[in-house]
Ligand binder design. Structure first.
Ligand code: DGL
Length: 266
């Protein structure tokens, strides 16, 4: 099999990375995609760096066993805490979601502008977005805000219920009118984009790290000569627990039909 014909591996702590999967599927219809969701150990956002690193390494080894050509860490928390270590372990190129999200934000903001990063507690505490944005040297003022209740709201399928609007107001109303760009720095948050945008008001641009990651993956694969355009790509889904719930939520939240979901326990 040619290198370009091998699948792309994607992993997340659970189903949130499906927002990246969905963007990738529409941008790269010819690719085979293998998605792993660590549903037995989600959430990562409240765990220690050591735990997230150890889970990420296990999943990387598992996906490498599937002969992938490229790995996407479609979890902001794992990208913040484990990306460098995963790269050391992997013979294939590895991409995280922080750098693409930060680059998309930099395109949307002028020098000296204000960026608000939202994410899990672990992502915010790691300051990974702040570092990526400061690296551009454009004097961007960055504030980071953890919004830990967003993940369970999404997993409950409550994205358009009053509870979602109430929670978004509680976390973000103090920043209304005070950010030029808001980064959705967690894979679940694109599903709350409407309620978040409503709280922030019309002057704040919302940057979706899932979309940015998919575009960046396509560009990187093209640069490496690894794009596969030959035919209609297949999708494979594997989780560490509760495959039926994963499949139901994938359809309910993102209209993704997973078919049979396999289970791999560590
Ligand atoms: N996938 C995680 C992220 O993007 C959110 C869910 C979790 O806490 O595991 O940060």
């Amino acid at each position: 099999m040619k290198n370009s014909e091998r699948p792309i591996g994607i992993f997340d702590s659970g189903l949130g990375g499906l927002t990246v999967f969905k963007e990738l599927r529409s941008l790269l219809p010819g690719e085979d995609l293998v998605y792993f969701g660590d549903t037995a150990r989600v959430p990562y956002g409240t765990k220690s760096a050591e735990a997230v690193l150890s889970f990420s390494k296990e999943i990387t080894s598992f996906l490498l066993g599937k002969k992938i050509k490229f790995l996407i860490v479609a979890c902001n928390t794992a990208s913040s805490l484990a990306l460098e270590e995963i790269r050391k372990l992997s013979p294939v190129p590895v991409m995280g979601v922080i750098q693409p999200g930060a680059e998309a934000a930099l395109k949307a903001v002028s020098a000296g502008g204000r960026v608000l990063v939202t994410g899990t507690s672990a992502t915010v505490n790691s300051r990974a977005y702040s570092r990526a944005l400061a690296g551009a040297g454009r004097g961007i003022k960055v504030t980071e805000k953890a919004c830990p209740l967003f993940v369970p709201l999404v997993e409950e399928g409550w994205c358009s219920k009053p509870a979602a609007a109430l929670t978004a107001r509680e976390y973000l109303a103090p920043f209304r009118g005070k950010a030029d760009v808001l980064i959705l720095g967690c894979t679940h948050y694109p599903l709350l984009k409407k309620v978040i945008a409503r709280v922030m008001g019309p002057r704040t641009k919302i940057v979706d790290s899932a979309r940015a990651a998919a575009v960046s993956a396509r560009n990187e694969l093209a640069g490496l000569g690894l794009l596969n355009r030959a035919r209609r790509g297949r999708s494979e889904f594997i989780v560490s627990d509760a495959p039926d719930r994963f499949s139901e939520l994938a359809f309910k939240l993102l209209k993704i039909r997973t078919g049979r979901v396999a289970v791999k326990r560590f």
